[in-house]
Design a protein around this ligand. Structure first.
Ligand SMILES: [Zn+2]
Ligand SMILES: [Zn+2]
Length: 350
């Protein structure tokens, strides 16, 4: 089925022309110069991935960033804490994530489908269990997306529950100026772990590489929006279905000393419905809370640059993961030597 709408076909043509130009003008010469022509596969696919990355950055910088100026949730005199997140985002979107997918995830997925005795195009996962889906690809994509989002919700709760994983994930929460760039403020160790979990879920469901790339891009864009410093909720009904900026801001709230467990809420990635169903949803439409953490060991992330943060978080993780206390579920902060201390025993809490 082709849609004969002039604007859409003009955009599609321009996109295709861009893919061809980048493929022949950049990817092929660069591949040849680096001796990677064989390994790169189809240069047009690489060019398209590159264009999607650039488009992603343009949407964050050109759409979400202006929204922060027009409808700010918090007013700041300067944005100096957001700089390191912006740098992280550019590095992650333009380099680290595509590289990791290309070098690790894709070969691993191929290995799995070969190991299962199926060719790359043979149906697997949901398509194999319910063949009816082969004729209803959009419904299938919707179902994949819902299950992928549920998997993310459960993983995110675990990131908060297990102290060694919190040692990593806390870097995402230490930001005092949460903005459209904060989504990619992640420890690289955590990024690798998350990718394995989510790609594993994709493999079990039988998602192919292109579908997985679209699911990731959609989720990433929604998460860039939900971290933006924008005073938006999505109304009573919309806010119960989708994660809005104010909804996710509550997940990032600094610990409330009057009510120390209040921050354990709003774990959803794109759909807030998991929080509603599983009793972790919280709404405060008339109030904007400070973001960040009370634990001074974690808050110290804010004084570091890109590389410093990664090294510091890796030390926190290493101290937690090799101790029994690092595996005991519950809210913790970090004591001397980055030893996890249950919040019930700590003066300031997480
Ligand atoms: Zn979190
Ligand atoms: Zn977040």
């Amino acid at each position: 089925m082709t849609l004969d709408i002039p604007l859409i076909s003009a955009v599609a043509q321009a996109w295709q022309a861009g893919v061809t130009a980048i493929s022949t003008g950049l990817v092929q010469p660069a591949g040849a110069a680096l001796g990677l022509t064989e390994r790169l596969g189809n240069p047009a696919d690489v060019a398209e991935a590159l264009m999607i990355s650039v488009l992603h950055l343009v949407l964050i910088g050109g759409v979400l960033r202006p929204l922060e100026s027009w409808w700010p949730a918090e007013r700041w005199n300067d944005r100096h804490h957001t700089r390191v997140d912006r740098l992280n985002t550019i590095l992650m979107i333009m380099g680290l994530f595509p590289l990791f997918s290309f070098v690790v995830l894709t070969p691993l997925a191929q290995l799995f489908s070969e190991g299962a005795g199926a060719g790359a195009d043979a149906p697997s996962g949901l398509k194999l269990w319910v063949p009816w889906f082969n004729d209803h690809p959009w419904l299938l994509f919707g179902l994949y997306y819902v299950l992928y989002d549920l998997a993310y919700y459960l993983m995110h709760r675990t990131q908060h529950l297990i102290p060694w994983w919190w040692a990593l994930h806390s870097m995402h929460h230490s930001q005092r100026q949460m903005s459209c760039w904060t989504n990619d403020r992640t420890s690289y160790i955590d990024g690798v772990l998350q990718s394995f979990v989510l790609a594993g879920v994709g493999l079990v469901m039988g998602v192919d590489a292109a579908e997985f790339a679209w699911m990731t891009l959609l989720s990433e864009l929604m998460q860039n929006l939900s971290h933006a410093n924008v005073r938006w909720d999505f109304g009573t009904l919309g806010g119960r279905l989708f994660v809005s900026p104010l909804f996710h801001r509550l997940h990032h709230m600094k610990r409330d000393p009057e009510n120390p467990a209040l921050h354990n809420c709003n774990y959803g990635q794109v759909f807030s419905v998991w929080d509603v169903l599983l009793g972790t949803a919280r709404y405060e439409p008339d109030r904007v809370r400070e973001t960040g953490v009370s634990d001074p060991v974690v808050d110290a992330d804010n004084d570091l640059g890109l590389v410093g943060q990664q090294l510091y978080v890796a030390r926190r993780f290493w101290s937690a993961v090799r101790r029994r206390a690092g595996w005991k579920p519950g809210d913790v902060s970090f004591g001397p030597g980055y030893v996890p201390v249950p919040d019930t025993d700590a003066p300031h809490g997480r």
